[in-house]
Design a protein around this ligand. Structure first.
Ligand code: SAH
Length: 235
C-alpha cells in the first residue's frame, strides 16, 4: 500500500525520461489527486491527461512537482526540500526512471556486467561554476549535461585516465520515440556532437557502453563464470 497524498503536502514525482508511460504507478496516482502540478521542460505534455483535475503551475493544496527522470538525480531537489522543510510543509519524493537507466534499457546495454562491470557512477560533467570536469569513478560512468561539450569531455576523460579506446555510447532523448543512439570511443566522442545537438543527452563510458555480443573477451568471461558456478554446484 502506498501512503495517501495528504492535503497541504507536496509530492516530488519523477516523470521518467520521456514517454508518459515511463512514470510509476505511484507517480500517476499522485497526479490523479493533485490540485496543482508544477512541471519542467523534460516531462512529456501527454502526462497532463493523468492529472485532469489539476491546475498546472500555480500554488494550491496538494501540489505535485513533476520532475523529468528521477527527482533525486541532478534535479536540484535539495534546495526545494530545504525550502519546504523551512516552511514546515509536508512532502514526499516519488522516484522515477532516470535518463541513464532509460538509455541502458533501450540500447540493451546493461550498466553492470558480471566480472568487470561492478560499479556505476552518475556524474555531471559541469561543475558549480560552469566548468567542465571529468574523473574516473566507476567501471561504467554515465555523464549528464555534457552534450554540448563532447570534445572537451573527451579530453578530460583521457586526462582522468580512461584509455582513448574505451567504448563510449551517446544517447539523446532516451525513452522518447525519436531517441538517437551512437557508438564511439573516448577518442572519437566529438563525432557525436552534430547528431545529438540541441537534445538532452547522456554519455555512457566504459564497460556499460559495450554492446553485449562484444566478442571473445566477454564470451570468455561469461564462460568462465558459468564454469565456476557449475564447479561450485557440483557435489
Ligand atoms: N532528473 C533528470 C536529470 C535532470 S538534469 C533524470 O533523472 O534523468 C538534465 C540532464 O539529464 C540533461 O542535460 C541530460 O544529460 C539528461 N537527460 C534528461 N532527460 C534525458 C533523456 N530523455 N535522454 C537523454 N538524456 C536526458
Amino acid at each position: 500500500m502506498t501512503r495517501a497524498f495528504a492535503p497541504g503536502s507536496v509530492a516530488f514525482v519523477g516523470a521518467g525520461p520521456g514517454a508518459a508511460d515511463l512514470i510509476t504507478l505511484r507517480g500517476a496516482e499522485r497526479l490523479r489527486n493533485a490540485d496543482v502540478v508544477l512541471f519542467d521542460a523534460l516531462a512529456d505534455p501527454a502526462l497532463r491527461a493523468l492529472a485532469p483535475n489539476a491546475r498546472w503551475i500555480d500554488v494550491g493544496k496538494r501540489v505535485v512537482r513533476l520532475k523529468g527522470g528521477d527527482p533525486s538525480v541532478f534535479g536540484r531537489l535539495e534546495e526545494e526540500l530545504a525550502a519546504l522543510a523551512a516552511a514546515g510543509i509536508e512532502c514526499e519524493v516519488v522516484p522515477g526512471v532516470t535518463a541513464a537507466l532509460a538509455a541502458a534499457a533501450s540500447t540493451r546495454r546493461p550498466l553492470t556486467r558480471r566480472g568487470d562491470g561492478r560499479s556505476v557512477a552518475l556524474t555531471t560533467a559541469v561543475t558549480r561554476d560552469g566548468k567542465l570536469g571529468a574523473g574516473r569513478h566507476a567501471d561504467t560512468e554515465v555523464f549528464y549535461m555534457a552534450g554540448k561539450q563532447l570534445a572537451a569531455l573527451a579530453r578530460k576523460l583521457v586526462e582522468a585516465g580512461w584509455p582513448a579506446t574505451t567504448p563510449a555510447l551517446v544517447v539523446s532523448r532516451a525513452g522518447w520515440p525519436d531517441e538517437l543512439a551512437s557508438e564511439h570511443s573516448v577518442a572519437s566522442l566529438a563525432e557525436a556532437t552534430l547528431l545529438h545537438s540541441g537534445r538532452p543527452t547522456v554519455v555512457t563510458i566504459g564497460v556499460g557502453a559495450e554492446p553485449i555480443a562484444a566478442g571473445a573477451r566477454r564470451a570468455r568471461l561469461v564462460a568462465e563464470s558459468v564454469a565456476a558456478e557449475e564447479a561450485r554446484a557440483a557435489p
